[in-house]
Design a protein around this ligand. Sequence first.
Ligand SMILES: *[C@@H]1O[C@H](CO)[C@@H](O)[C@H](O)[C@H]1NC(C)=O
Ligand SMILES: *[C@@H]1O[C@H](CO)[C@@H](O)[C@H](O)[C@H]1NC(C)=O
Ligand SMILES: *[C@@H]1O[C@H](CO)[C@@H](O)[C@H](O)[C@H]1NC(C)=O
Ligand SMILES: *[C@@H]1O[C@H](CO)[C@@H](O)[C@H](O)[C@H]1NC(C)=O
Ligand SMILES: *[C@@H]1O[C@H](CO)[C@@H](O)[C@H](O)[C@H]1NC(C)=O
Length: 530
Amino acid sequence: MMKLLFQWIFLGLVLQLVLVVSASDFKRLNIWPMPQSVSYGHRTLYLSEDFEISTEGSKYPDTSGILKDGFSRLLAVVHAAHVTDGNVTHFPQSLLLKGIHVVIFLPNDELQYGVDESYKLSVPSGGNPVYAHLEAQTVYGALHGLETFSQLCHFNFTTRVIEVRQVPWSIIDQPRFSYRGLLIDTARHYQPLQMIKKVIDSMAYAKLNVLHWHIVDSQSFPLEIPSYPKLWDGAYSITERYTLADAAEIVSYAQRLGINVLAEIDVPGHALSWGTGYPSLWPSKDCQQPLDVSSEFTFKVIDGILSDFSKVFKFKFVHLGGDEVNTSCWVLTPHVRNWLKKHGMNASEAYQYFVLRTQKIALSHGYEIVNWEETFNNFGNKLSRKTVVHNWLGGGVAERVVAAGLRCIVSNQDVWYLDHLDTTWPKFYANEPLTNITNPKQQELVIGGEVCLWGEHIDGSDIEQTIWPRAAAAAERLWTPYEKLAKDPRQVTGRLAHFRCLLNQRGVAAAPLAGPGRVAPEEPGSCYMQ
Ligand SMILES: *[C@@H]1O[C@H](CO)[C@@H](O)[C@H](O)[C@H]1NC(C)=O
Ligand SMILES: *[C@@H]1O[C@H](CO)[C@@H](O)[C@H](O)[C@H]1NC(C)=O
Ligand SMILES: *[C@@H]1O[C@H](CO)[C@@H](O)[C@H](O)[C@H]1NC(C)=O
Ligand SMILES: *[C@@H]1O[C@H](CO)[C@@H](O)[C@H](O)[C@H]1NC(C)=O
Ligand SMILES: *[C@@H]1O[C@H](CO)[C@@H](O)[C@H](O)[C@H]1NC(C)=O
């Protein structure tokens, strides 16, 4: 009898646990990335049919229409999942959300590194008329606020209208790191313009703010460079190319979503394709990279490229690569070997000379510089103080970079390379850029991080599912205050699954969470459980 009683009590406990879990599941805050501070209630408002934006009192004139377009995108994503064929007019006026009142304090919309991205969003629980209220210093903070608002909106299958549940909301938010990047590689495979724009759209959903465009590499040179018009002879085909106008279009498209474009040329290694149009950039037919360090023409070409870049890529940084430089064939090429001898340099000194000279050219065009970490590892104390060191080889690098007083971007390949398909999302989530960095001044030098999608196995057919949802895990790490991040990634599984399904609803081919990257769903079942 006693035993049976215990069994009943035990069963009751289990049932209760199940109920608690599903109730909290329903009430879970399904916002990704998690804002700095959130409070909410338990009432519901209904989105009015003529839901509008009001900008009364805003200092931002929106002459370029960035805010207006952001509002159109908000309406589009909120209505993307279902046809809203319910009738809201029979709800009391006091429960109809008439619109969102957006107040922006700064008039200009220059998008630059470190731009204020903070916002405050509140949705009252009633009133007449009822407006959500969004405040931001810049239009780019306001765009983040609109994205957050869109994630509060839900279609109701009974009323068939859009609801904002759990009002009143009060959200105060700003990013933890000012550089939150995604690398795409258009040299290993060409990515069509529309696909790049789709990736940019999806980045905005996760509040990523830098598209690192690894444009050219050994395999192909797809970009038009007017100063040296034969460079894009190194493209895979005549169609797989970007005109400079295409590049300008990418930059302006991204900018209107609050995303900067970091353009990269990777020198002196990773540049074999440059010689298709200009063979004299190769040391010789048998030594096609690194670029010929002994030739003035090499630096003239780099100057021409960066001069053309500066007309289109307005971000304060340019990426100059500098990784994986194998100098052995310099020494084997007679005219280069003679040049080295004449200048009293060995090959590793010539590598340093190349990188530093290229840095000077970039500085002369007004850029600050990002270089891959090998440059720091080999001659860190010689780098321009305007260098940001881009970590990739592994952990512990940021620590040394900031101790040397330079800035750092974290992309350690063991956990933040999206093309490493066996890296699961919890590893992306758990990667902490400030690991082992405790000095606050040094912490500030870690400007952020970036997930990298190298393109050897990526084209238009699989780019989205290789990026998502794993990039979203890193996006929360880079956005959300440290104290609010889950100590155990499993705690956020449900919320990330929800975000992944939201991406699917918005037309982004985000892959299931279960298993490694880019997998197909394992079995029949709900999107939220995959
Ligand atoms: C919506 O409801 C209102 C009031 O209940 C009614 O007057 C109106 O005709 C309805 N509209 C539609 C399209 O059904
Ligand atoms: C949908 O609306 C109905 C009727 O107002 C309400 O009872 C129900 O709770 C709503 N559904 C959700 C999931 O909020
Ligand atoms: C460097 O390049 C030479 C040929 O130039 C090659 O023999 C060697 O294996 C390469 N070294 C590495 C580490 O890749
Ligand atoms: C190149 O020269 C530098 C400075 O003399 C020296 O420290 C370095 O070991 C040399 N590197 C090689 C590969 O010989
Ligand atoms: C941080 O420091 C600990 C203790 O020195 C070390 O074991 C660990 O590898 C370091 N982590 C990184 C990413 O450098």
